[in-house]
Design a protein around this ligand. Structure first.
Ligand SMILES: CSC[C@H]1O[C@H](OP(=O)(O)O)[C@H](O)[C@@H]1O
Length: 353
């Protein structure tokens, strides 16, 4: 398809994660919306900590950050032999792999580089290092290209009017532009987006802190709501479509996304509202047959016991699943960088590969 817009025509934001001069640069998302700060990381351990503590978050963004973590290792390694280098490479790979379990993009990116390195094991050490850095940059650049394509594809199929989204699948959740963010930005550019409803998205508040911030920054008209208001807004007929990101889409179309997505999907069905997820192929895991196989990350009790850093509950037991699983029966379509996938997902997702 012909792409009408370039990324810089759709957002004023810089890339969320970059690599240059042997350093990983990323927007520290834990500080937003109070402070916009780009931090620089110079060790694999720092990159792993940034992913684990959600300084960088969002499935494609953590995939790219992990890839740049391997580039960092490669360029800073002082290994004198290949065996020493490979031992350090596999250690870096494991450290990054063990950060967060749900978003498949993390494993997709790490394994893509690991496969390349193993295919070139006989090359010189200098060549192997060059290949790692080049592949990490390709992963990042391809993410931006995929988002741009999904933005144009999604804007063509979403109905004009009011759109509701959950969490943050915007530019901050990717290398640039966003998955949901690209669709919303093209819709806005073309006058198709009347109003964006943004769920605050407890407990980490990616909607209030990140989506509200980045979409307001780019001039998108929005209203922020508490998560428990979404059903009422739908019941009032104020939502024409719902679009969310994904952390892992599996072979039958079930998908993992931020906790609260399943609730929205059921409400959307009840109110006859089209429900879309948008994700690049790097988010699709065809090795899993259905959603119950997806590992769901459980995060700290402090995230639920506090809000904005203030304690809101006594020291009681907490359950804090960071994601839920939406069965494919609630999905209108999956918007990907290779086109729109409609049911039956089992059959139609296969055609993408
Ligand atoms: C474009 S993927 C964004 C996806 O990732 C978010 O999770 P987290 O903030 O915990 O990294 C959320 O599920 C978004 O939909």
């Amino acid at each position: 398809m012909k792409l009408k817009y370039k990324p810089e025509e759709l957002t004023k934001l810089p890339r969320s994660v970059e690599y240059r001069d042997k350093k990983v640069y990323l927007i520290d998302q834990r500080l937003l919306p109070r402070e916009f700060k780009v931090i620089s990381l110079s060790t694999v351990e720092q990159v792993a900590k940034a992913i684990k503590t959600m300084q960088v978050r969002g499935a494609p963004a953590i995939g790219a950050a992990a890839a740049f973590g391997l580039a960092l290792y490669a360029e800073r390694s002082r290994a004198e032999t290949k065996d020493e280098f490979f031992n350090g490479f596999y250690r870096a790979y494991e450290i990054l792999k063990n950060t967060r379990p749900t978003a498949v993009n993390l494993f997709w990116a790490l394994n893509r580089i690991k496969k390349l390195v193993e295919e070139h094991r006989e090359d010189s050490l200098a060549e192997i290092k060059r290949l790692i850095v080049r592949e990490a940059q390709k992963i990042a650049d391809e993410d931006v290209e995929a988002n741009l394509r999904m933005g144009h594809i999604g804007a063509e199929i979403l109905p004009e009017g009011n759109v509701l989204t959950h969490c943050n699948a915007g530019s901050l959740a990717t290398v640039h532009l966003g998955t949901v963010g690209a669709v919303l930005r093209v819709m806005h550019k073309e006058g198709k987006l009347n109003l964006l409803w943004v769920d605050e998205t407890r407990p980490v508040l990616q909607g209030a802190r990140l989506s509200a911030w980045e979409y307001h920054y780019d001039g998108i008209p929005l209203k922020l709501i508490a998560d428990n208001m979404a059903g009422f807004v739908m019941q009032q007929g104020k939502v024409d479509a719902i679009i969310v990101g994904a952390d892992r889409i599996v072979a039958n179309g079930d998908f993992a996304n931020k906790i609260g997505t399943y609730t929205l999907a059921v409400l959307a069905k009840e109110h006859g509202i089209p429900f879309f997820t948008v994700a690049p192929l790097s988010t699709i895991d065809m090795s899993l047959k259905s959603g119950e196989e997806i590992p769901i990350e459980e995060r700290s009790r402090e995230e639920v016991l506090t809000c904005g850093g203030c304690k809101i509950a006594p020291d009681v037991d907490v359950y804090n699943p960071a994601f839920d699983i939406t069965p494919h029966k609630y999905l209108t379509a999956v918007i990907t960088d290779k086109g729109v996938v409609y049911p039956p997902f089992e059959r139609n997702l296969k055609k993408l590969f």
